[in-house]
Design a protein around this ligand. Structure first.
Ligand code: NAD
Length: 518
């Protein structure tokens, strides 16, 4: 950090000192080699590139993986095509539902170990990672198991000219789209994978999934458990690899019918371009965000203050829907600023496995440097004040303490650009029309929340926020039933809920001439 930053920060406080040993189960699991799953075979990747996997809370290497090559990708796509055409894609929804339900049971059975591995892999505190496995892993498979038996089209008599013609019937069929390429980020791997794998399998698609190179380990659970659950070989194929080679090759692969992507807006754009330039495969994109949190003077501040602080600082701000722009009405601005500052100063920073850790590390040294650059940018922006933050965090581990900027203007870079770190920008407002203009002034439109006791105002403002989801009097709105996704440069399409099934289905209309005309 710069001298300026160090000088402004508070005196260094001790970090939660505990670094518990990995459990015996985790040690044994980590000792086994990490491989690719193609069909029902676990193989070493054949690329010359390696992936060094680090525990970001300890800066220690926990695995080394041979990355997948383009030939591995071709083999995985062929295995998926075979499963789609001969086994999984031909099964009745009832049979697919049984496999999905069994997968849910297995994820629940192994949730503690999967959660621990996720924590070791990406630093998320255990109190957050295990619930992700259960609520966005197991419960999601259960939810989409229900849909597997409810996919159907409709039948009707078409109009010919101005009349309904009873000699014709049109039947529509909902068919699986085919082979799906899923590309996921590192920030909540179990949830990100399940959000794609469960609906795709419910629809009857086969999958090639590429993990994120920064946190690939949870992928192996999915591969092992899918086979244990009874998915035919090739239904789920697992690749580890780099975005710039195997990831990019998936986007332009002629054998892949659809890409389901979660990650940055920059990469999402390149995937859409590659898809268009290759076989015009379908694409859904869950991208970045800069979500607004809006506090009105009549909000229950005792409840709102800790919640709006955590809307940003949860998982060190590394959540796409993080509420990183806090718009507060002038009448309560100072009170909310003082309250959020108090929460931010007292958040327990520590190793993800340490009981009581609320803030874990950020994912990498590179990401930490990027966040620190944004803090510098904030300090240099005319008018913004850093009320909390700036002091160095102890190492090893890529830790960064929560940062709160006040008196931020909506057009400043720290209020416009996705930082993906624990940096909260507080913006003052008076007038609702100005507020909405500023709220909608970024290129993103993912999430948001409104805090008020006035339900009319809550609904009016929720309508005015241009984003995929808006919560009232809470922030994180993710459940298996609730559609999730972004507007504008936060993405294309929705995941979760009934709508999350749609991108994996295509419609065929069969028109039948039922008899000779009189
Ligand atoms: P990223 O875009 O760098 O990487 C995501 C995935 O894409 C990784 O698996 C990576 O290997 C792959 N990739 C990289 N370059 C590629 C290319 N050229 N072609 C194909 N694949 C490529 O993102 P990240 O740093 O892993 O994740 C953070 C970003 O993800 C943030 O912007 C965050 O907002 C976003 N995110 C969005 C959601 C959502 O639901 N909207 C959820 C989580 C994260």
């Amino acid at each position: 950090m710069s001298d300026k930053l160090d000088a402004i920060g508070e005196p260094e406080r001790a970090m939660h000192p505990v670094r518990p040993d990995y459990s015996d189960a985790a040690k044994a699991w980590l000792a086994r080699p990490q491989k690719l799953l193609i069909g029902d075979r676990w193989l070493e990747g054949s690329s010359a590139r390696r992936i060094d996997v680090e525990n970001p809370g300890r800066e220690e290497r926990i695995a080394e993986i041979a990355a997948a090559s383009i030939e591995d990708l071709d083999r995985a796509v062929a295995a998926a095509r075979c499963a789609f055409e001969t086994t999984w894609g031909r099964m009745h929804g009832r049979e697919r539902a049984r496999v999905l339900l069994r997968m849910a049971e297995l994820l629940d059975r192994d949730a503690d170990l999967i959660g621990e591995i996720m924590t070791i892999d990406n630093g998320t505190p255990l109190a957050s990672s295990t619930p992700v496995v259960r609520l966005l892993g197991a419960e999601l498979f259960r939810y989409y198991a229900g849909w597997a038996t409810k996919i159907s089209g409709e039948a009707f008599t078409p109009a010919v000219g101005s009349r309904v013609d009873h000699d014709f019937v049109v039947a529509t069929l909902r068919e699986p789209i085919g082979v799906v390429g899923a590309i996921v980020p590192w920030n909540a791997p179990a949830g990100m994978m399940a959000m794609k794998v469960a609906p795709a399998l419910a629809a009857g698609c086969a999958i090639v999934l590429k993990t994120a190179e920064l946190a690939p380990l949870v992928g192996r659970f999915f591969g092992e458990l899918m086979l244990e659950a009874g998915a035919p070989p090739g239904t789920f194929n697992l690749l580890h690899g780099h975005g710039d080679d195997v990831g990019a090759a998936m986007a332009s692969h002629p054998g892949i019918d659809k890409i389901a992507f979660t990650g940055s807006t920059r990469v999402g754009r390149s995937i859409a371009q590659a898809a268009a330039a290759s076989n015009l495969k379908r694409v859904t994109l869950e991208l970045g965000g800069k979500s607004p949190v809006i506090v009105f003077p009549d909000a229950d501040l005792a409840e709102a203050i800790p919640a709006v602080a955590m809307a940003c600082f949860f998982v060190s701000g590394q959540a796409c829907m993080a509420g990183t722009r806090l718009f507060v009405h002038d009448d309560v601005y100072d009170e909310v600023a003082a309250g959020v500052a108090e929460v931010a100063r007292n958040l327990s920073l520590g190793d993800g496995l340490a009981p009581g850790s609320v803030i874990g590390p950020v994912i990498s040294a590179r990401q930490k440097a990027r966040i620190e650059d944004y803090v510098r940018i904030g300090l240099e922006e005319d008018g913004a004040t850093m009320l909390v933050g700036g002091e160095a965090a102890p190492s090893p581990g890529h830790f960064i303490r929560p940062v709160l900027f006040t008196e931020v203007r909506a057009d400043m870079r720290i209020a416009q650009e996705e930082i993906f770190g624990p940096v909260l920008s507080m913006i003052r407002f008076r007038d609702e029309a100005d507020l909405l203009r500023e709220v909608n002034s970024t290129v993103y439109g993912l999430s948001g929340s409104v805090w008020t006791r006035d339900i009319r105002r809550a609904l009016r403002v929720a309508h005015g926020v241009d984003s995929g989801q808006v919560a009232v009097n809470y922030h994180a709105a993710m459940s298996p039933e609730t559609p999730f996704g972004g507007n504008r440069q936060s993405g294309w399409g929705r995941e979760l809920g009934r709508e999350g099934l749609e991108p994996y289905l295509k419609t065929k209309a069969i028109s039948i001439n039922v008899g000779p005309r009189a």
